[in-house]
Design a protein around this ligand. Sequence first.
Ligand code: HEM
Length: 148
Amino acid sequence: MSIVVMWVHLLAVIAWMGGMMFVLFVLRPVMGRSGFSSQSGQLLKRIDGRFRTIRWTSIMIILMTGFFNLLYEGGTEKIESGWGVVLLVKILFAAIAMGLTGINDFVLNSPSVHAISEHPTRSSKWLGDIVLVLTLFVLFMAVYLSRS
Ligand code: HEM
């Protein structure tokens, strides 16, 4: 059972982080090229709407499976060691990344704001990039945890 839960945890992580990397390395560069400027706002809006659902489904799954994984951790001795501290920092970074995603989706790009401007603002792009960097750190910590 715990293997299946870990598999689902990883799937959700892949969906969330993969989506962010697709936007950064594929979508934005292609949309930035001339020739797309007239349709890019509409298209970005539709793509973001679709990805928003995937993103929040993934975040909910990561949280549920993450807490389930915690139940299967190897006892208080491990949790109270340096390993436990790294786990705590991992969860803290993940929580910050999720919180910033919430600010981006529901404050900076709430549906009403989106109706006015179809293009994401500069601060919204920055926040998205910060979230990606944070999740990369979280991933590094997860690899460290699995190896020690
Ligand atoms: C950006 C968010 C997250 C990423 C990228 C991530 C990534 C990962 C990865 C790659 C693993 C597998 C490590 C292995 O091979 O054993 C893992 C395991 C785990 N995750 Fe997450 N995770 C995230 C969020 C969370 C959250 C929010 C929690 C807790 C609520 C959590 C709790 C755990 C636990 C307890 C394990 C098992 C640790 C171990 O025994 O090695 N994760 N995570």
